[in-house]
Unconditional design. Structure first.
Length: 99
């Protein structure tokens, strides 16, 4: 839950009109550990309200990356970022645990 909240607050800081003057700074920080932890947990968790909230948070981070990366030249770091796995269809996780 903390990783979700950290990413949500980071997004608020990046998009809040009152922090507009600091937006450049907030875009220089990516919460890699939170993202990695969430992706690891999402791979093993069953569908729930918290899992849906985590997926929305990850999707928003990907949109933020896309926005920032579209304005930069692809460098070594950008070319090494792997694709984020797509969200499993609803019910797929349930079927795996029933087997």
């Amino acid at each position: 839950m903390s990783s979700i909240e950290i990413l949500e607050y980071t997004h608020i800081l990046k998009s809040e009109p009152s922090t507009k003057q600091w937006r450049w700074l907030f875009h220089t920080y990516t919460q890699w550990y939170c993202i990695a932890y969430l992706l690891g947990e999402l791979a093993i968790r069953d569908t729930s309200i918290t899992v849906d909230r985590a997926w929305r948070t990850i999707d928003r981070e990907i949109q933020d990356w896309s926005s920032v990366l579209s304005k930069t030249n692809p460098g070594m770091l950008v070319s090494k970022i792997p694709s984020v796995p797509s969200r499993p269809p609803s019910g797929e996780r349930q079927q795996e645990t029933d087997s």
